[in-house]
Design a protein around this ligand. Structure first.
Ligand code: NAD
Length: 485
């Protein structure tokens, strides 16, 4: 075993869980045992909440300009440890080293946004009547929780950590039990950056801890990122306990490709979008709607896809179960009559025979009723559906229950605008394969890709992590009453 067993992080210290349930942590890259992960009992959550509650008064009363100093330092520590963090991320998640570097760079960008929060929450003040002022302030909620998925071991935790903490909250983070190592490393960096003990805590575990988070009376707000199935469970359970909740779910993103699209640029973008992070991105292109005759572009996409080599510029999928699930989707599509143009099944990487790889796969002549057209596959697979018109393409996109992202590839501005207006997704790309909004813009889908109000990053997250205090003051010496009295 390469690393010592994973521990919880409570009140600034790594501590053993109180229970004995645990699972092995296997690297998807080569099948090697990395560590063991505790599946903590609910009681460990309570210890973490008590620590966070104790830390809240002094942290929340510290001026925000002082709180963000921690994040200026945290950003430089992320930069300092970039290589080490990227290697760890790659080792536990299976993505390539370069993808992991990009992930840490994104953590830095998210932290930079948090350091700008003092400029964004200055509040409002107005003399609403003679000598009478109304003023608003955005104040922290208290102890909050963040539950995260496996596919971005460092970035998704950093969607919530810098903003929620800089705004004055204390946090319990529940990492994915499939990738807990990066979160533990982030905790050490936060401590080194000067974050007071108890402000940030980690409790490792599975659904038992997630359910306990939703139920715990000491937790004010729950943010969740993961599959739609679990997002629904968490959103319903947390709000049933009268908590504020924001739950981001799965995705099935459509790229619409028109005949006037630039061939090389489109092919490169489609190939990169479907295969980046081995297709395990909620923003990955999963379905391509070919509008009219775009055979020349499909041929070029296949050419590009064949340049993507597992174990070189394509990482592994998270585990054996995922590998089998993805391959069975491809097999089912073949049985249903679709044509496999590039087949990534039965991929073995030499020297890493126990790694869990799926090669990039292009499936053509998919029809809307096939499972590869409807369901989230979460692997390096693109399903091509064919339509005659843009409206037919939009009908396919609109009919999907998800709504994270949609993109169009065209040189026609009018059609691009029409698709922005009519696609039923929260994030739209025009000639962009992965339309992730960069800060200060916020990240969040629609429909079954997100439950709750507002988005999880950028300016929109401020409303989620704070509540508004309104004060009305009158300091004029005149006596007398007016409409307010
Ligand atoms: P997941 O839903 O299986 O797990 C997410 C978290 O929920 C983990 O911490 C896990 O321990 C916990 N969990 C799992 N099952 C649970 C249950 N039954 N009850 C309570 N908690 C449970 O997701 P995953 O497989 O880790 O991540 C992949 C999914 O996340 C994909 O569907 C992907 O699209 C989605 N995702 C969405 C976004 C977004 O922004 N919308 C971003 C990243 C990933």
């Amino acid at each position: 075993m390469k690393y010592t067993p994973v521990q919880n992080y409570i009140n600034g210290k790594f501590v053993d869980p109180s229970g004995s349930r645990k699972i092995d942590l296997i690297s998807p890259l080569d099948g090697n045992l990395l560590s063991t992960v505790p599946l903590s009992p609910a009681g460990d959550l309570d210890t973490a909440v008590k620590a966070a509650k104790a830390a809240f008064p002094s942290w929340s009363r510290m001026p925000i300009k002082e709180r963000v100093q921690v994040f200026f330092r945290y950003k430089t520590l992320l930069e300092r440890d970039m290589k080490e963090l990227a290697l760890l991320c790659s080792e536990e998640n299976g993505k390539t080293y370069n993808e992991s570097v990009a992930e840490i760079e994104k953590c830095i960008e998210l932290t930079e946004f948090a350091t700008s929060l003092p400029q964004l929450i200055t509040g409002e003040v107005l003399e609403v009547s003679k000598g009478v002022e109304c003023r608003t302030e955005q104040v922290p909620l208290g102890v909050v929780a963040s539950i995260v998925p496996f596919n971005f071991p460092a970035m998704v935790p950093n969607w919530t950590i810098p903003n929620a903490l800089a705004l004055g909250n204390c946090m319990i983070l529940k990492p994915s039990e499939k990738v807990p190592l990066s979160c533990a490393r982030l905790a050490l960096l936060l401590k080194e950056a000067g974050l007071p003990d108890g402000v940030f805590n980690i409790v490792n575990g599975d659904s038992e801890i997630v359910n306990a988070i939703c139920d715990h009376p000491g937790i004010e707000a729950v943010s969740f990122v993961g599959s739609t199935k679990v997002a629904k469970i968490v959103y319903q359970r947390a709000t049933q306990h009268l908590k504020r909740a924001l739950a981001l779910g799965g995705a099935k993103n459509h790229l619409m490709v028109l005949p006037d699209a630039k061939t090389d640029m489109t092919a490169q973008n489609v190939a990169a979008s479907m295969s980046g992070c081995a297709g395990q991105r909620c923003m990955a292109a999963s379905a391509m709607v070919a509008v009219g005759d775009v055979d020349h572009i499909i041929a070029k996409i296949c050419e590009e896809v064949k340049k993507i080599i597992p174990g070189e510029n394509l990482g592994a999928v998270i585990n054996k179960e995922s590998q089998q699930r993805i391959e069975s989707y491809i097999t089912q599509a073949e049985k249903d009559g679709a044509r496999i143009l590039v087949d990534g099944r039965n991929t073995v990487v030499k020297g890493k025979e126990k790694g869990t790889y799926v090669g990039p796969t292009v499936i053509d002549h998919v029809t809307p009723d096939m499972s590869v057209a409807k369901e989230e596959i979460f692997g390096p697979v693109i399903s091509i559906l064919r339509t005659k018109t843009v409206d037919e393409a939009l009908a396919i996109e609109n009919a999907n229950p998800y709504g994270n992202a949609a993109s169009v590839f065209t040189q026609n501005g009018g059609i691009a605008r029409y698709i922005i207006d009519h696609a039923s997704a929260g994030m739209i790309g025009v000639n962009v394969g992965v339309p992730v909004p960069r800060e200060p813009f916020s990240f969040g889908g629609w429909n079954e890709s997100k439950f709750g109000v507002g988005d999880i990053t950028g300016k929109s997250s401020i409303g989620f992590w704070t509540k508004i205090k309104k004060s009305t003051t009158k300091w004029n010496p005149e006596a007398g009453v007016n409409w307010m009295s």
